[in-house]
Design a protein around this ligand. Structure first.
Ligand SMILES: Cc1ncc(COP(=O)(O)O)c(C=O)c1O
Length: 414
């Protein structure tokens, strides 16, 4: 009989890969519960970047000498790893950016400014991070298009029943949504939204910044047109991300940034653009950062995204269970089986910043604020929340320390 193996992730063992955990914070072992803002870095990724700098660093696509060729091979090798990770049909569709935010701006400016006008609708959701909200609001204003928002219900999930009414208001041209909400952890029905977008004749833009670290993002299975993500949330370095786009769309688009490397020919009268991906990669690229991103992908792939996702679901379930026992905690977002490893809450009567500060005295790091989601905060009727977020190196004992710390908060401030 065939047995399906479900390898479990050993978070305690994996922690040894992360030098940051070798220290105490305020005299206590670091409990890093803020991976949604940025993930910690494994030694394997750090060493890959150091080795690249020490042995192979040069500019890419520039020199004809050995070092530049070696650097180019490493840089393009990283692009290939990203292509494989997201199942993009062609590596030329994978554009290096500084981060997910820049990728989303690239689409907003280079597609939106050309293709939007009065009578068109740009549709986002109430769950968006500002990076997938403000660029769309801005290009809608610039072009005379209307800006619409798909609302969420009580559990922090999208109300797809609102779609028909939205479509009655004009010609839907863009639908933009995150696959996983950074503020509530909600896993959004991006595939269904992409189908709806295409029925309307619109493009579907997916912000996968929060999804890509935790689950396999397959751009073809999602049926979307653009996907943006950041390396730093995936155990990779800061300063690099990618935006993937369907080739025919990217080819038809105007460039986003102008300058060196993105041109074919420059003359006084006119400049013509280079081929993909170079057309969208003006200036010197984040070279070593791309190599580090590739090493991070190797690291995550070896652990396995299924194992990472399962580990986070277990932690989210455990954390929600422990927090639900505390009547003075208000929880936000869907049940554990419909969310990633992110738990948002407030302690009744205590400002989230004070909560986070008290926890920090015990070495527990969580986020407090609006999480770049002010429209969502308005919906929840709060200025801010606390957020604990988990990753492959998070262990249940850290959640216990969070709960112990919250008891202290309640005792001293509540
Ligand atoms: C859902 C989501 N989208 C976009 C971003 C922006 O990512 P970056 O700051 O790396 O561009 C974030 C970062 O928190 C995020 O969580």
């Amino acid at each position: 009989m065939a047995v399906t193996a479900h390898p479990k992730l050993d978070a305690k063992r994996l922690r040894a890969d992360f030098p940051i955990f070798d220290q105490n914070i305020n005299g206590k072992p670091l409990a890093y519960l803020d991976s949604a803002v940025t993930a910690q870095k494994p030694r394997q990724m750090i060493e890959a970047m150091s080795e690249f700098y020490e042995t192979s660093y040069g500019n890419v696509h520039r020199g004809v000498y050995a070092l530049s060729e070696r650097a180019t091979a490493a840089f393009e090798g990283a692009r290939q790893k990203i292509r494989a990770l997201i199942n993009a049909p062609d590596a030329r569709e994978v554009i290096f950016t500084r981060n997910a935010t820049e990728g989303l701006n690239l689409v907003a400016y280079a597609w939106g400014l050309t293709n939007l006008g009065p009578g068109d609708l740009v549709v986002v959701t109430e769950l968006e991070h500002h990076s997938n909200y403000v660029p769309w609001q801005y290009v809608a204003k610039r072009t005379g298009a209307e800006f619409r928002m798909i609302p969420i219900g009580e559990s922090g999930e999208l109300e797809l029943g609102a779609l028909d009414e939205i479509a009655r208001d004009g010609q839907v041209k863009i639908v933009a949504n995150n696959l996983v909400s950074n503020a509530l952890g909600t896993i959004n029905p991006v595939g269904a939204l992409a189908s709806w977008a295409h029925e309307q004749g619109a493009i579907m833009v997916v912000d996968a910044a929060q999804a890509a670290p935790h689950r396999k993002v397959d751009v073809q299975a999602l049926g979307c047109d653009f996907v943006a993500l950041s390396a730093h949330k995936m155990c990779g370095p800061s300063g690099v991300g990618v935006v993937w786009g369907r080739r025919e769309l990217l080819e038809a688009m105007e460039p986003f940034n102008l300058g060196g490397h993105m041109i074919r020919k420059v003359e006084f009268e006119e400049t013509t653009w280079g081929d993909l991906p170079h057309k969208f990669e003006a200036g010197t690229s984040p070279i070593a950062e791309a190599v580090g991103f590739g090493a991070a992908i190797d690291y995550l792939t070896e652990i396995g995204f299924d194992a990472i996702e399962r580990h986070e679901h277990e932690l989210a379930g455990y954390a929600l269970g422990r927090l639900e026992e505390l009547p003075w905690i208000e929880l936000y977002g869907p049940p554990a089986d419909r969310r990633a490893g992110i738990v948002a809450f407030n302690v009744t009567g205590v400002h989230p910043h004070d909560v986070a500060q008290v926890l920090d005295f015990d070495g527990v790091a969580i986020r407090a604020g609006h999480h770049c989601c002010q429209p969502l905060m308005r919906k929840l009727g709060v200025a801010a929340t606390n957020r604990a977020s988990f990753y492959l190196y998070t262990i249940p004992e850290e959640i216990d320390r969070l709960v112990d710390g919250l008891h202290k908060v309640k005792k001293s401030l509540g």
